[in-house]
Design a protein around this ligand. Structure first.
Ligand SMILES: Nc1ncnc2c1ncn2[C@@H]1O[C@H](COP(=O)(O)OP(=O)(O)OP(=O)(O)O)[C@@H](O)[C@H]1O
Length: 360
């Protein structure tokens, strides 16, 4: 009969070999077990947030350990600050900026950003959104902010971002009126955005998602050079033309040495509203071949879904409005993989200095 300590060692080695669905690698040495005659308490320490995996992990752990004792699991996360391109100084109050970009407009970049950010918050991370989509800022509307919402201002200089569903949000739309000129020239756009970015009092964020303007022109390139970004996500639809533009997006980030953490394929399949059948109208290999070509992962595929559109339009994105839906499950999985991918970028593991935001 093995003694208690040996037995616990055996259980730990079983858990170490368990595959983390978010990295497709074994979890390794991240477990602790405390036990008595009737209870087994498992502690999991992760470098990314994964609260929504609690129930499914409990089931997997129970199966793997095959131990009759009552099992409890707690998942702890510690999110590090990661390096930025060209070692740009980070933003005060923000550990990691993640740029969400698309090679062309209308592919669902803003919808993906908002749902991804909300999903990340539901995993337990502290999250913000900056709507940098200056020509069509839609984050305020999608998060249900009333027209005319304005951030509070501290010391006549710093914006305090309003929150929705636990996510801090800043948007050019909060600072402009319908009379503000929309024909911004490039330098004005980047200047205004950098100002919003650095003059917002972000409150202790693990991730700030930046909803980039669509495309890969001068504005996008300048932003990619100036905003201190830890990683990027490319949103595309599966049509060849969108994929071509997504390639340009990846190449833009490669050029400025921002890691592309993955591709999200949006409007990937059509679900028949009569029978529920999924149909890949534009083929189902586009995102995968793009990802393979550039050595990045497809983080997930979202169907063309009426509820995604309707719920965003109502100011209640699907992740908060239908938290138990299949689509929300896809966003949650994308959020966890994104956090895990950033955390495991070994070469990006340095903690960078933050710029000071003096009050004078
Ligand atoms: N998976 C989806 N299923 C159904 N409708 C979607 C889906 N994703 C986005 N949409 C809808 O498509 C439209 C365009 O989406 P969105 O504004 O997010 O695109 P975008 O790429 O950010 O556009 P732009 O770059 O021009 O601002 C919106 O009406 C949105 O609700």
């Amino acid at each position: 009969m093995p003694n208690q300590a040996d037995h616990q060692q055996t259980l730990m080695s079983i858990l170490a070999k368990l595959i983390d669905d978010n990295t497709q690698q074994a979890y390794g040495d991240v477990w602790q077990i405390t036990a008595d005659d009737s209870r087994l308490h498992v502690h999991l320490a992760l470098p990314y947030a994964a609260a929504q995996e609690q129930a499914s992990l409990e089931v997997r752990i129970k199966e793997a350990l095959n131990d009759p004792r009552e099992l409890t699991l707690d998942i702890e996360h510690t999110i590090e600050q990661h390096a930025t391109q060209a070692n740009l100084p980070g933003l005060k109050g923000v550990k990691n900026v993640i740029a969400v970009a698309s090679g062309k407009g209308g592919v669902g970049k803003s919808t993906t950003t908002v749902n991804l950010a909300l999903a990340m918050a539901r995993e337990g991370a502290r999250v913000g959104i900056l709507d940098a989509d200056i020509y069509g800022p839609s984050q305020g509307m999608m998060l249900g902010f009333a027209d005319g919402t304005r951030p509070q201002v501290r010391d006549e200089k710093f914006f305090i971002p309003p929150s929705a569903h636990g996510v801090q949000v800043m948007s050019m739309a909060f600072l402009t009126t319908k009379d503000t000129p929309v024909a911004w020239r490039g330098p004005m756009v980047t200047g205004a955005l950098m100002q919003i970015l650095t003059q917002t009092d972000w409150d202790d964020l693990d991730y700030l998602f930046v909803d980039m303007p669509p495309g890969t022109g001068d504005i996008q390139l300048t932003l990619s050079q100036k905003v201190p970004v830890a990683g990027s996500v490319i949103v595309t639809t599966p049509q060849d033309i969108a994929l071509l533009d997504a390639r340009r997006g990846i190449e833009m980030f490669n050029k400025v040495k921002i890691p592309v953490l993955g591709v999200v394929e949006n409007m990937s399949t059509h679900i028949c509203s009569n029978c529920g059948h999924h149909e890949a109208i534009f083929g189902d290999e586009g995102g995968a071949s793009l990802a393979k070509e550039y050595g990045v992962n497809v983080l997930g595929k979202l169907p063309l879904s009426l509820s995604i559109r309707e719920q965003s339009d109502l100011g209640k994105p699907i992740v908060v409005n239908s938290p138990d839906s299949e689509v929300t499950g896809i966003y949650q999985s994308i959020a966890r993989q994104l956090g895990a991918t950033l955390a495991h970028q070994q070469e990006q593991q340095f903690v960078m200095p933050t710029i000071g935001m003096s009050d004078d």
